[in-house]
Design a protein around this ligand. Sequence first.
Ligand code: 4NP
Length: 152
Amino acid sequence: MRILMVCLGNICRSPSAEGVLRHKLKQAGLVDKVFVDSAGIGGWHEGDTPDKRAQKVAKNRGYDISGLGARQIQPDDFSSFDVILGMDHNNIKALKQMPQGSAVIDLFLNYAHAERTEMVDPYYGDMQDFDQMFDLLEVGCDAIIQRLKGQL
Ligand code: 4NP
């Protein structure tokens, strides 16, 4: 199973989602069965490590995302991943305008069956927005783990 997390810049939401899900997969003993990666709709931050605010909140919660590097989504990703999870409706719209492959495209929080469906962009926000982002990521990733346990 291969899951790609996607947001606009690949420096705030999707690398954080990648870090949280990978951590929880390790805890659940599923890390060998599920490959997680992240990418951005845009390539402005190609090669950049995640936003320092995201790194800080991640570290406070026991996740290490400092080694991740941003990349732009590629045509191959639509076939090489089983599931592509966009963080907000704009991400989904952009993903659906690209050439499609076999990958299922869904909103991260929808796939996780969470009450909220959208992960708002914290880039122009403050530390509280980043904390809220991680709250949602943790709830969502826990739900994804439960979902995967039933599938794998
Ligand atoms: P992200 O946040 O999509 O969660 O990584 C953003 C980061 C950078 C930009 C936009 C959103 N940007 O326009 O540079």
